[in-house]
Each structure stands twice: as structure tokens, then as C-alpha cells.
Design a protein around this ligand. Sequence first.
Ligand code: TRP
Length: 453
Amino acid sequence: MATKTGEGFSSSFGAIMAAAGSAVGLGNIWRFPYICGKYGGGAFLLVYICFVFFIGMVLMMSEFVIGRRSGEDPVKAYPKLQPKRKGWRYVGIMGLITCFLILAIYLVISGWTLNYFWESLTGTLASISNDGFGKHFSEFASSAGRPVLFVILFLVFTAFVIIGGVEKGIERVSKLLMPILVVLLLILCVRSLTLDGASEGLAYLFHPDFSKLTGEGILAALGQALFSLSVGMGVMIVYGSYLPVDDNIMKSSIWITICDFAIAVLSGIAIFPAVFACGQDPTGGPGLVYQVLPVVFNSLGTVGRIFSVVFFLLLSLAALTSAISLLEALTQWLSSEKIGRTISAIVMSAAVVVLAVIASFSFGDGIFSGFKIANMQIFDLLDKLTGTILPPICALLTIIFFGWFMNKDDIYDELSNHKTLKIGYFKVFYYFLARFVAPLALIIVLVAGLFGK
Ligand code: TRP
């Protein structure tokens, strides 16, 4: 169903690329490896796979169904599908608030990435010695001017694509960038795997050590699965509302999920062997990509320099397609309130940049770093809220709505494209997951993670 503005993706391929573009981002390349490293490598990976395919993917399909069936933004979608229970709109509102918070922190990290791209290009990174990257990163990220400059630059690119429109902006950019990203990641994997000592990194990533997997790690795996697939905050409802009428929702969701998962694992393969080969700490936290990869690039001479430029450019582009979908969700909601698309995008950008700058200043030893809420710096608080707390709560409510409040016939009608597709056996399994398994797992993990210390 087309939305009221008539905007939408032109083909299933374009829709898959755009949604995969939303899913594949810093979450895969920057966040996944360090979280995986923190919580035990292989053991974390196993739990993560289950969450991705049994919960994340189910949520993605559900959000697509809610979006396409209603043809509305997340706030209006719920009441439209269930007019007697208008209170569900708060789930949509909570989703958009989550998007706003994610976008703020996302911009900060995207800004770092863009800066690293610039520094690769100009040769600054190449001139730093191998043990100097930790200091370089923390000094840069904690400074006031430069990170903000790059945040703003990145946001301008993002807003520019949004203003271009759904098909001519988002879809076109995603179709171009996603394939390039995959090819570059593959090349990087090959290089990393051929370094001396690479096998240790692979063992770290794939050999499960369950002693390191804590309750907190399980919650982090769920949070990461939702974060990585961009579900649990309404963005896929927005993209669902742009899906072509003949798109096979189940098939597209499976492809997007596989693509997202594969890219996360490939990033692990690109990063961990290199981490071990260069004698770095695999549990290095958020700075892993910025402190460890430059060492690898530097050890490869001129080729490394080219790699460095290309890698940080592509990381910036992966971040861009994700940031686009976040800003799009906010823009779609605002512009449906009778304000034009351009103005909406600008207003939302202006609002989010304020929070992004505050978050940037609060990182590391930044000028706001002394200011704490619940004993956490604002950057860390945002990371925790958007990484492990809000998406699971939103996801739980979304899946309960889908499984228990939406009309079952409507769901099947939407999944089967008005009974033109056969979804027989799969639909039973899927509906069962959506109704029982996913909500239960979400409740258990949430309760355990929030209260079970
Ligand atoms: N999935 C994105 C990534 O892996 C991050 C993200 C989380 C996101 N939630 C989102 C992107 C919502 C777009 C919309 O980097």
C-alpha cells in the first residue's frame, strides 16, 4: 500500500537494499565485534544467532506487516490496525523517541568514522606509530571542535538524501552502496586472515567459552540482535509502509536478516584475526575499530593506506544508510503532520544535533564528562538505553500487538499478498514464534537483565 504522500520503493530489490542498508551499519562493523569480544566471543555468537533468527527476524516481518497493512507512520499505524485500542500509539511514540536517541549517538560515532576517513586520506593516520592510536583516538574523541564538525557534516549528507525522497534518495543510494560495502569487507577479510597469527583470532570468535557469557551478556546479545536489524523502534514499520504491494515480506525479511548477520560475522572475521596478529586487546571496547584497525593498515604499507581510506569511507557509508533510515522515520512522522518533507528533515536534524553534541562532549574526558546521570556519562547512558533497554521493551510491545491484538486473517492476507503467495507451513511456525516464543524470550531476558544482578 502506498502512503498518503505516494512515496515508496520501486522494487523488491530496492526495498531489500534500503532495509539492509538500515540494518547494516555501525552496529555490525563497530559494535558487534567489540560486544562479541567482551562477552566471550563464540559463546556470545551462538546466543546471538538464535536471537537474530528467532526473534529479530520475526520482529522484522511483523513490523513490515504492520507498516504495509496500515500504510502509516509508527504512531498512526497501531491505532489504524486496532481502532478500539488507541493507547497502542504510545508504542509508536516510544519507538520514535528511541530513534531520536539512537540517531544522536549514531551521529557521534559516524562523525568519528568520517574523521578517520579524512585522516586516512590526508596521511595523518599513517604518520602515527602503532602504540599511539589509543592516545590519538581518546584525544580526538574527547576534544570539542573536530568531532562536532564531522557530526554536522555527516548529518548534512544524511538530510540531503532524505530530502531527495524515498525512491530517488534512499533507494538509489542504498542500491549503489550496499554491494560495494560487501565487496570491500570481503577483501578486508582475506587480508586479515592471511596475517600471521590469524587463527588465534578465529578461534576467539568461533570457539565458545561459556564461562564468559553472563546474564548481562545474554541481554547484550538480544539488544545487539534488535539494534543490528534496526527492529524494535518502528523504523521497519516506516519502511514497511514503503514496500511494493507485491513484495514477499517473508522472503525479503529472510534476505535482509541473512545479509545483516553475514556482515556482522564478516566484520568479526576482518577484525579479530588482525587484533591478535597485531597483539592488541580483543576486549578493547568501543575504540576497537578506531584503535586496532589503523595498526593493521599501517603494517601493510602503501596497500594498507589505500585499505584504510576505503575502509573508513565504507564504514561511513554503511553508517549513512542507517542514519538515513533513522532520520527518515522521524521525518515521515513529522511530515505527515502537514509539514513538508524538507522542512521536517531540517527541523529534526536541528533537534538531534543538539543531543549529539552533548553526547560527544560527554565522551571520554570531554568537557561534559563530569556530568553524570545514574552514575553514567551521557554518552554511556545513551548507549545503554538504545543498545540494551529501550529496543527490547519496544520490541516486546510490538510483538504482543502483532501476535495478540492484530487480526490473524489480516496478517495472513498481508504475508501472502492477498493469497497470491503460498506461505503454508512456514506461517504456522512463524505465527507460533511471534505469539509465544519471541514475547516469552523478550520478557525473560529483559527481566533477567534489568533486575537479576
Ligand atoms: N541497525 C543499525 C546498525 O546496525 C543501527 C540501528 C539501530 C538503526 N536501530 C536503528 C538504524 C534504527 C536505523 C534505524 O548499525
